[in-house]
Design a protein around this ligand. Structure first.
Ligand code: SF4
Ligand code: SF4
Length: 351
């Protein structure tokens, strides 16, 4: 079942949904990008159709809700410990105190990325209770992809068609919207606001300009292949590629002390990056993967090889955000292709 909506109709549907849910969606922040007068599209809580940005790829992913950049886990004094609230979304103190479930608007590739996050936090040993508590409150709305964006390679990563698990879909169509309802619990919100009923299949792309081939086997000699040297020379180890990635899950802990004696304060969980200095520091002053090329090797192999060896599918979903944000114009997609070429070359030499 699907619906055709005008802007006012979608406003009505979102208002109806807002009685039961918080809505978290891509929003265009005008002039807040990394350069003067450049916009950024990132997630925020919304209540109306005019706030939604459905026709551009978000620079940052939905991940900020499920795994906030910085999340206070608990506060402590000498005598007591108090757990912090669940929703640590930046700038959302009102929502943090709100216990309604959240509908997250995301694209097919990002819904595939949720499976990766679930795999790491819920299906890789003991359940991560901090993640699980937020995840239990989250539902999804699918943003239909009416076009492929410049750096996307979701088709080659098998993430262009959404998996199940969304309540409804939404995409722009002319001066209005198309919506497919997959869950009866939200049907009334759209039925009462639509201008017409229509069979709607959420739009998805079937080809991308960027093509990526992932390796089918990786010889151990690849670890010392000269292909990684290029990244030692070019990468500035800023970690932006990790922070925008919807499938990166690493975090570190920080204790913030309010008093000089260190007995009053808070413990925070903060996103970490395998590309930045300090990530591999160990007791005794040791540090692994000092060169940026070694870090690139670790990241790329994890995304398109090591994760697959453990779970049977690739970690990367081909959203292309890492290519979009790299200040050194390093292309992850191009690196995967170089890796695959090198693997095939070295295997052919060994035959
Ligand atoms: S590695 Fe890059 S393309 Fe792949 S999921 Fe992460 S940000 Fe997207
Ligand atoms: S964004 Fe680019 S320069 Fe920064 S760590 Fe990633 S690959 Fe290196």
């Amino acid at each position: 079942m699907g619906y055709v909506l005008k802007r006012e109709g979608l406003d009505g549907a979102l208002a109806a949904l807002s009685k039961d849910y918080l809505l978290y969606a891509p929003v265009r922040k005008v002039g807040e990008g990394r350069f003067t007068d450049v916009d950024v599209v990132r997630y925020d809580f919304v209540t109306s159709a005019s706030e939604l940005e459905l026709d551009a790829k978000s620079d940052y992913s939905f991940k900020e809700l499920l795994t906030p950049l910085s999340k206070t886990l608990f506060y402590f004094t000498e005598d007591e410990v108090h757990e912090a609230g669940d929703l640590g979304a930046p700038g959302a103190p009102a929502q943090a105190a709100d216990d309604r479930p959240v509908i997250v608007f995301l694209r097919a590739c990002d819904l595939h990325a949720v499976r990766r996050l679930d795999q790491m936090y819920l299906g890789n040993g003991p359940t991560d209770t901090f993640y699980a508590r937020i995840r239990d409150r989250v539902r999804f709305a699918l943003i239909g992809c009416t076009q492929s964006f410049a750096s996307c390679f979701c088709v080659d990563m098998g993430a262009n068609v959404a998996p199940e698990g969304w309540l409804f879909s939404l995409e722009t169509s002319g001066d209005g919207y198309l919506c497919a309802v997959a869950d009866d619990s939200v049907k009334a919100a759209f039925a009462g606001a639509a201008t017409a009923e229509k069979d709607v299949e959420p739009a998805h792309v079937t080809e991308n300009e960027v093509r990526v081939r992932t390796p089918q086997s990786v010889p151990t000699s690849i670890y010392k292949d000269p292909l990684w040297d290029e990244y030692t020379n070019r990468c500035i180890r800023c970690g932006r590629c990790n922070i925008v990635c919807p499938t990166c899950t690493c975090f570190t802990m920080q204790d913030v002390f309010y008093t000089d004696n260190g007995r009053v304060g808070e413990r925070r969980r903060v996103q970490a990056s395998c590309m930045i200095d300090g990530y591999t520091n160990v007791a005794g002053g040791g540090q692994y993967r000092k060169a940026a090329g070694e870090r690139m090797r670790f990241k790329v192999l994890h995304k398109v090889w090591d994760f697959r060896q453990r779970f049977g599918y690739d970690m990367c979903v081909g959203c292309g955000r890492c290519d979009d944000v790299c200040p050194e114009y390093i292309s992850f997609a191009a690196c995967v292709n170089k890796l695959t070429d090198a693997c095939e070359r070295e295997e052919a030499q060994d035959e």
